[in-house]
Design a protein around this ligand. Structure first.
Ligand SMILES: *Cc1c(COP(=O)(O)O)cnc(C)c1O
Length: 228
């Protein structure tokens, strides 16, 4: 499939998933994950109308960021070390991977220093796999409680990564649990505003994630084939 066929295929699948669960197509947005592809392919996906682009390392994103920064809203989706926060805040409008207080505190400090607001997601390790980052569900309320008072940060919602499953249906409980956790935070009125966003679903499982309430799906290989 060429790029336009891939885009059409993904669009059809998202539309069908929305229909199946009675959601509006506009309520599901796509982060095009370009971490495996060249600047040239990244340019093509932006030209095709994808203005939200995700990367998970600043070193890999730098050349693309420099070439495309004004045409793209950047999402940082990878694990973030505290000493790399200075490279990310201000360049990436959204940070999907905030999973500990010292990271949030550093993001807050840099956001204040640079005069920006960092829009963040709290990453939750719902599945409990050792290989996954994220706060444990039991620690989420405490983290949220501490993060909410930090200046320069706007918490948009929650993010998770499901285990890779050959049958994506098996990821459903993970996505459902993330939605419930968001609803529990809202019921507890932890934030002065409701958390709306759920960043969940990747190439292998985005349709199930949409059925469970994803508002942002992060799509790499299904849109942008690995060029290596
Ligand atoms: C790489 C990556 C994606 C996209 O993965 P695909 O399976 O290629 O769609 C999404 N989210 C995160 C956090 C990633 O690191």
């Amino acid at each position: 499939m060429d790029l336009s066929e891939r885009i059409k295929d993904v669009e059809d699948r998202i539309t069908s998933a929305c229909k199946r669960c009675g959601r509006n197509r506009e309520d599901v947005r796509i982060v095009a994950v370009t971490k495996y592809v060249s600047l040239s392919l990244t340019e093509q996906i932006v030209e095709a109308g994808f203005h939200h682009v995700g990367e998970n390392r600043w070193q890999d994103a730098k050349a693309k960021w420099e070439a495309l920064s004004d045409r793209v809203t950047w999402h940082f989706i990878g694990h973030l070390q505290t000493n790399k926060v200075k490279d990310v805040v201000g360049k990436f409008a959204y940070i999907h991977s905030v999973d500990r207080l010292n990271l949030a505190a550093e993001i807050s400090r840099k956001a204040m220093e640079f005069g920006v607001v960092a829009r963040i997601f709290l990453q939750v390790n719902v599945s409990g796999e050792d290989t996954k980052y994220g706060v444990a569900p039991e620690g989420l309320f405490e983290l949220a409680e501490s993060v909410k008072s930090l200046p320069g940060i706007e918490v948009l919602g929650l993010m998770t990564m499901a285990p890779h499953e050959n049958d994506p249906e098996r990821t459903r409980p993970v996505f459902r649990r993330l939605r419930e956790l968001r609803d529990e935070l809202n019921d507890a009125k932890l934030f002065p505003y409701p958390l709306v966003e759920l960043s969940m679903g990747m190439s292998n499982d985005f349709e199930v994630a949409i059925e469970e309430g994803a508002t942002w799906v992060r799509l790499g290989s299904v849109l942008l084939p690995y060029e290596g």
